[in-house]
Design a protein around this ligand. Structure first.
Ligand SMILES: Cc1cc2nc3c(=O)[nH]c(=O)nc-3n(C[C@H](O)[C@H](O)[C@H](O)COP(=O)(O)OP(=O)(O)OC[C@H]3O[C@@H](n4cnc5c(N)ncnc54)[C@H](O)[C@@H]3O)c2cc1C
Length: 514
């Protein structure tokens, strides 16, 4: 990939930027020493990486400081790469598409601005982590629950803007965002929905989906059209009862009928939240298909071929009714059902750790488990394809993955998020970050899978920077009219092209992939 000389990434100019930003924001807002910048690289890039390299990091603490950063970056013609907390592991962390970009890290903007129990929403800045929001809700005494992804250390905002997923009723995190504040490249601050009315009262901005006129919110997800500085996030009222259910499926042949039986239960809302279907694809270091590996893959807490997690959040009699409907729908199928029941106000120590995620409790268990199996060099690159919600597609998808991984002698952790009408397959292709040959093979496998999936009509919902071109080139309807439209919006909002160029394949004119 090459870019045109529209940017000045010379050492002198970057030094000038460090001086200007230090003057405007204070020296402690600028991290330029290599050991401070290290954690803003792709955490899984390995030694000697040359692509996706940040130059230095700037950490504004307010909207005004974000505006100052964008002004200086525009003047000096240096791209900035927006990152909230930067834990986008498997998808590049904080690493920019254009090497030499400044990482605009929003970690210091970490205030929980409001928690409304009656409106069941929170208003947060982008540096707020899942751990922080959970703690703030508990401290406020509000009877509200949040949704969390596997790891609690990431940004709630960054994860939602990346279309990330958790497990509870608001587990489709992007759909939980209602009303945002965005700084455009020009420095203009825009509030969406009813936030655009300066007299907007009583949290209307965050209580109501959309506002008056076109809804702009989606423009700022998976894009480079602005820097999001506040979001409203819908939360769930604390349920009386929380039921965590687990379905154990013992063989590949048995998967499809169980998936097909689950679909209507997810579609009609009997099963709440986003069930997760985990596959024992293989254990890191053990070739896929080796039975000694199938039982011990660390994302599965039980030695079975598939484990499907589902949940109910309800008043006790309604939860029991849901449970009875699920059992009846699965009766006669080759599946073992197990359920645990908790009070909605149960303390973390009273919830089995395997139920923390559907229980909305942020934690770090999954990465600890993966590192325990694969060692400190654990790394992965994601292949995240979306397929229809049906058993035959799931079988075909997994067979494709096993074949490509098997040819490369690699393995990974694999699960599908059931997202109403689709299954979102998350394959974490595992490699040892200290083994360059294995790392290169893992990246090749991710590309091969992107192409194999596209040939089948399936595409990724999210991708590491090294895979973006492989995903975007398939979005070719109308001679790539969607991406040409993105380009028009990009040029209108950010004529200097300084905001995260190349993010999700969106480039200003005169720069980009060649
Ligand atoms: C073991 C493991 C398990 C994982 N499990 C999950 C999971 O269950 N669910 C899941 O979704 N992910 C998962 N991930 C992937 C990833 O770790 C999380 O999605 C993580 O939350 C993303 O990092 P972040 O929240 O800090 O976002 P950030 O890294 O801060 O942001 C992500 C991206 O969003 C954009 N962005 C961020 N902030 C802004 C802003 N303010 N304005 C405009 N654009 C912005 C940028 O493009 C940025 O690169 C997992 C990773 C690992 C290693």
């Amino acid at each position: 990939m090459t870019t045109t000389p529209r940017y000045d990434l010379s050492t002198e100019n970057l030094d000038r930027a460090i001086a200007r930003l230090s003057e405007a924001l204070g020296a402690d807002a600028v991290l330029a020493a290599p050991e401070r910048v290290a954690e803003f690289h792709d955490p899984y890039e390995g030694e000697g990486a040359t692509e996706f390299q940040p130059s230095f990091v700037v950490q504004p603490a307010s909207v005004e400081e974000v505006q100052a950063v964008l002004r200086i970056a525009t003047e000096l013609r240096i791209p900035v790469w927006t990152s909230s907390v930067g834990r986008n592991f498997g998808y590049g962390g904080s690493a920019p598409v254009v090497s030499g970009s400044i990482v605009l890290s929003l970690r210091r903007m970490n205030r929980v601005l409001e928690i409304s129990e009656s409106g069941a929403y929170a208003v947060i800045e982008p540096g707020v982590r899942f751990f922080d929001l959970h703690e703030a809700i508990k401290a406020s005494g509000a009877k509200l629950w949040m949704s969390v992804p596997d790891l609690g250390w990431g940004s709630v905002t960054g994860n939602a803007l990346e279309h990330g997923f958790g497990s509870t009723v608001h587990g489709d995190h992007a759909s939980a965002v209602h009303g945002m504040e965005v700084v455009l490249a020009s420095g203009e601050v825009v509030r969406t929905g009813f936030g655009a009315a300066s007299g907007s009262a009583d949290g209307l901005w965050h209580r109501h989906r959309r506002g008056f006129g076109p809804s702009l919110d989606s423009l700022f997800f998976q894009s480079n059209f602005g820097v999001v500085t506040k979001i409203g996030l819908w939360l769930m009222p604390e349920p009386e009862t929380f039921v965590s259910g687990w379905l154990a499926v013992q063989s590949e042949e048995d998967l499809a009928p169980v998936v097909d039986a689950l679909r209507p239960l997810v579609l009609d809302g009997t099963i709440q939240g986003l069930p997760l279907m985990m596959s024992a694809l293989g254990t890191p270091g053990v070739p896929p298909g080796d039975p000694s590996g199938e039982a011990s893959l660390s994302i599965l807490p039980l030695p079975v071929r598939y484990l499907i997690r589902y949940s109910f959040y309800d008043r006790a009699p309604l939860a029991e009714a849901r449970s009875a409907i699920v059992r009846e729908a699965l009766a006669g199928l080759p599946v073992h059902v197990d359920e645990r029941r908790y009070r909605g106000d149960a303390a973390q120590e009273d919830v089995d750790p395997i139920d923390w995620l559907p229980g909305g409790i942020p934690n770090m268990k999954m990465i600890e488990d993966l590192q325990a199996v694969a060692g400190e060099g654990y790394a992965h690159i994601d292949f995240s394809a979306v397929i229809p919600f049906d058993g035959a597609s799931a079988r075909e998808h997994e067979a494709m993955i096993r074949e490509v991984l098997g040819e490369a002698g690699l393995t990974g952790a694999f699960a599908w998020i059931t997202n109403s009408r689709t299954l979102v397959g998350i394959l974490m292709i595992t490699f040892d970050v200290n083994d360059p040959a294995q790392a290169a093979r893992a990246r090749e496998v991710a590309k091969t899978l992107a192409h194999r999936a596209a040939a089948r009509g399936w595409y990724e919902y999210r991708a590491h920077p090294s895979l973006i071109d492989d995903v975007v080139k398939h979005f070719d309807f109308g001679d790539h009219s969607l991406y040409r439209t993105y380009g028009l919006i990009k040029d209108a909002l950010d004529p200097a092209g300084i905001l995260s160029p190349g993010n999700h394949g969106i480039w200003p004119s005169g720069a980009g992939a060649s």
